[in-house]
Design a binder for this molecule. Sequence first.
Ligand SMILES: [Zn+2]
Ligand SMILES: [Zn+2]
Length: 83
Amino acid sequence: MCCGGHSHTRHTAHQETHDPKPGTQVAEIAQSCPNCGSPVEADFILCPRCGTPLKRSCPSCHRAVNVDWAICPYCGSTLEESA
Ligand SMILES: [Zn+2]
Ligand SMILES: [Zn+2]
């Protein structure tokens, strides 16, 4: 008689919270202008409608950074509050 390896696999109750919805259309627009509420895209530096600055350029690397960021995530420069 051959006693083969009888491995008992335990069932792990792992529930995935992912809920993919292939049919849902997600718009690229995730932000809106704080002034006029016009939809703005993530890489807009200002509102095309009213001109409210949404982003500013880093004084060091000149990349677009968020107005409320304190430090440039691209080069690490400290972003000063500019008038
Ligand atoms: Zn606006
Ligand atoms: Zn920078």
